[in-house]
Design a protein around this ligand. Structure first.
Ligand code: PMP
Length: 353
C-alpha cells in the first residue's frame, strides 16, 4: 500500500436508483413526478437570454428565494436554496451536526443520511422503527447531537402526525432537528408552523417530487434567520455559485404556479389511493403511504423475484436488499393512471393464481 493511501478520505457512496437510457420503460423507481413541470417553466426556458450565461449566476439566488418566501409566507432571510435537497441536507449536516454525541435517525430511512454522517465523521445512532415501520417519538428522547428524519419517511411512506413531531422537537431543545419533507405534499401536514414556536427546527423540501423538477436539482430549507445565517456561512465557505442562472429562472417559474401544483399533486394522490385498492386485491401488504410511492410486499413472491420480473417487462421499481427487514418489499413510485394500469395488469399475469 502506498503511504498516501492512509490520508485519503475513503467513503462508501450513496447509490441512487437506476436512470435507464432506454426511454421506453415505465419508470417507477426514483419517485419522480409523472407529469411535466408547470407550463410557466417552458415559457421561462424559451425566453431565457443565453447571454446571461456569460456572467456568474446570482450567488444569493435572490429571485428563487423571494418566490419561495412568498409561496410559504416567510421572510427571505428564512429561506436557503440548494442544488436539490441532497445538497441542502449535506450542508445542514455539515453546519449543525458537529457534536461528539451521536445524531439520531431511523434505522430504515433515506439511505443518504448514514453516508453523509460517515463522510463528515459525524457519530450516529440508527433508531429502530417499530414493527409497523413507524417512528416512535419516545425513542428520540436520549442524549444526542441532532436529529433528522423524513416525514413521510422513505422508503416506507409512513407519516408522523404533527403532534408526534412536536414531541421530538420539544424533547430536544439543545440540538437541531431537521424534518426532511421531500414527500410532504402528497398527503401530509408540514411542520413548517413549528419554526415559529421552536428555535431549533429546520424544514427541508424539494422541487424534485411534487413540483416535477428532479432534473433541475432544486431543494430548500426554511427556518429562523439565525439558523439560515449559520447555514449560509458554511455554504459560502464551500462553494458560492452552486445554482446556475437557468435553474434559478426555471425554479422561480415552477414555484409560482401554485394552481398547477395543486392539480398534479391531487392527481397523484388519487392514483395512489386507487393503486392501493388494486394492490390489496392482488394480495400485497403495505402501510398507508402518504407519499408518491407505495412500499409493498407480496406473501407469495420474493421482492427480488418481483423486481427482476417487472424489469424484464420494462417496468422499473426500487428494491433494497438491505437491511434484511425490508428486502421483501418493493418501493413503487406512483405514476400516471395508465402506467399503474400497465403495472397492475402485468402483476396479475406474474403472480401465482
Ligand atoms: N430526502 C428524501 C427522503 C428523498 O427520498 C430524496 C430523494 N432521493 C431526497 C431527500 C433528495 O431529493 P432531491 O435531492 O432530488 O431534492
Amino acid at each position: 500500500m502506498k503511504n498516501w493511501e492512509n490520508n485519503i478520505r475513503k467513503v462508501v457512496p450513496y447509490v441512487p436508483g437506476e436512470q435507464p437510457k432506454n426511454t421506453n420503460v415505465i419508470k417507477l423507481n426514483t419517485n419522480e413526478n409523472p407529469y411535466p413541470p408547470a407550463p410557466g417553466v417552458k415559457k421561462a426556458l424559451e425566453s431565457f437570454d443565453t447571454d446571461r450565461l456569460r456572467l456568474y449566476p446570482d450567488p444569493l439566488v435572490g429571485d428563487l428565494v423571494q418566490a419561495i418566501a412568498e409561496v410559504f409566507q416567510v421572510q427571505k432571510d428564512q429561506v436557503f436554496v440548494g442544488v436539490g435537497s441532497d445538497d441542502v441536507l449535506a450542508m445542514l449536516f455539515m453546519t449543525f451536526f458537529n457534536s461528539d454525541q451521536p445524531i439520531l435517525f431511523p434505522d430504515i430511512t433515506y439511505s443518504f443520511y448514514d453516508v453523509w454522517a460517515d463522510m463528515l465523521r459525524i457519530p450516529y445512532e440508527q433508531i429502530p422503527l417499530d414493527d409497523s415501520f413507524r417512528i416512535r417519538p419516545a425513542d428520540y428522547v436520549r442524549p444526542n447531537g441532532g436529529i433528522v428524519f423524513p416525514n413521510p419517511n422513505a422508503p416506507t411512506g409512513e407519516l408522523l402526525e404533527l403532534s408526534e413531531i412536536e414531541k421530538i422537537i420539544a424533547a430536544n431543545p439543545d440540538v437541531i432537528v431537521i424534518v426532511d419533507e421531500a414527500y410532504i405534499d402528497f398527503g401530509g401536514v408540514s411542520a413548517l408552523p413549528l419554526i415559529e414556536k421552536y428555535d431549533n427546527v429546520i424544514i427541508v423540501q424539494t422541487f424534485s417530487k411534487s413540483r416535477s423538477m428532479a432534473g433541475s436539482r432544486i431543494g430548500f430549507a426554511i427556518s429562523n434567520p439565525t439558523l439560515i445565517k449559520y447555514l449560509n456561512d458554511v455554504k459560502y465557505s464551500f462553494n458560492s455559485y452552486t445554482m446556475d442562472a437557468l435553474t434559478i429562472a426555471l425554479g422561480t417559474a415552477a414555484v409560482k404556479d401554485t394552481a398547477y401544483f395543486e392539480e398534479t399533486r391531487e392527481k397523484i394522490i388519487k392514483t395512489r389511493e386507487w393503486t392501493k385498492e388494486q394492490l390489496r386485491e392482488l394480495g400485497f401488504v403495505f402501510g398507508d403511504s402518504k407519499s408518491n410511492f407505495i412500499f409493498a410486499k407480496h406473501p407469495k413472491v420474493s421482492g427480488e423475484q418481483l423486481f427482476e420480473e417487472l424489469k424484464k417487462h420494462h417496468i422499473y421499481v426500487r428494491h433494497f436488499s438491505k437491511p434484511a427487514r425490508i428486502n421483501e418489499y418493493l418501493r413503487i413510485t406512483v405514476g400516471t393512471d395508465e402506467q399503474m394500469k400497465t403495472l397492475l395488469d402485468l402483476l396479475r399475469e406474474i403472480l401465482p393464481k
